[in-house]
Design a protein around this ligand. Structure first.
Ligand code: ZDP
Length: 286
């Protein structure tokens, strides 16, 4: 059996996109996704994204599509910020959509997310509201109904001041003087698998260059070092606002490029704007 795919990236965070509109179950198993993502034995990607049918319903839950994603280790995250921008471009191409302002309602395990195409290849995404309670992250760093803001975490032989934010998926943010100096390869796994994070964690290290400009490096749960993380950039801006370090609107510079993030005071929702690019198409046999 052969399956067609399209390779996309959002700031170098790269994904294999599959047209899965004919079934409500992903056409690959997590084990197959691991092989497809392998950069030597497969296609190579940080994850596989399935464009599944939406829910035809006229109420709040009506959606155009459902997104499921497997990380390169086969685990399934609730959401993926860079991936959903790629997904918006992918489904627009599938539909032959020529409206450059088209918005899609996409059901994810983190709820309804709404990406909107913009001229010039960018996609603006309504990412919903961050969740901050320890039970919602989840983490044991504070009591279940308390927030984790600037609390100590012992990892890799050091005490770090961390702030935790859920964008549907879990993030632990640490502000540092110089992101270039963080030995991410060594400490990333110690954050990801720390006993304080029962669902593991995405770990972001942030340097505040100016209140409206953050530099970020990320160790992703289930994928390791990646060039960008959209949910992580949103979570980091929230952590910066909560700790009085940055504005509600800022540019986040990742190794793969920049995202514009804004946390609305009025409705507490976050908007993320950035690129999504098609790289190549292919057919893979199972
Ligand atoms: O939560 C997780 O397990 C992440 N690895 C999911 C992927 C997040 C992503 N990098 C993003 O842009 O939000 C794709």
């Amino acid at each position: 059996m052969a399956i067609a795919f399209v390779k996309y990236h959002g700031l170098g965070n790269d994904f294999i996109l599959i047209d899965n509109r004919q079934s409500s179950q992903p056409c690959l198993t997590p084990e197959q996704a691991v092989i497809w993502c392998d950069r030597h034995f497969g296609i190579g990607a940080d994850g596989v994204i399935f464009a599944l049918p939406g829910q035809a319903d006229s109420g709040q839950t009506a959606s155009d599509y459902t997104m499921r994603i497997f990380n390169s280790d086969g685990s399934e995250p609730e959401m993926c910020g860079n991936g959903i921008r790629c997904m918006a471009r992918f489904v627009a191409a599938l539909e032959g959509e020529s409206d450059t302002e088209k918005a899609y309602r996409i059901q994810t395990l983190a709820g309804m997310i709404v990406p909107k195409l913009e001229a010039g290849g960018k996609v603006r995404v309504d990412m919903g509201s961050p969740r901050l309670l320890a039970a919602e992250i989840p983490t044991t760093l504070a009591a279940p109904n308390e927030k984790v803001i600037n609390l100590p975490l012992q990892a890799a032989g050091k005490i770090w001041d961390v702030t935790c934010v859920s964008m549907g998926n879990p993030h632990c943010i640490t502000f540092v003087e110089d992101v270039a100096e963080i030995p991410l390869e060594a400490i990333g796994p110690q954050f990801e698998h720390h006993s304080a994070f029962p669902q593991r964690i995405n770990a972001e290290f942030i340097q505040v260059v100016r209140p409206d400009y953050l530099k970020m490096r990320v160790w992703e749960r289930g994928a390791g070092i990646t060039l960008a993380c959209g949910t992580g950039a949103c979570a980091s801006l929230v952590a910066g606002v909560l700790t009085g370090r940055c504005d509600r609107r800022a540019t986040v510079e990742l190794p793969g490029g920049c995202l514009e993030i804004e946390w609305s005071e009025a409705d507490q929702r976050i908007s993320m704007t950035g690129d999504a690019q098609q790289v190549f198409t292919g057919v893979m046999s199972l």
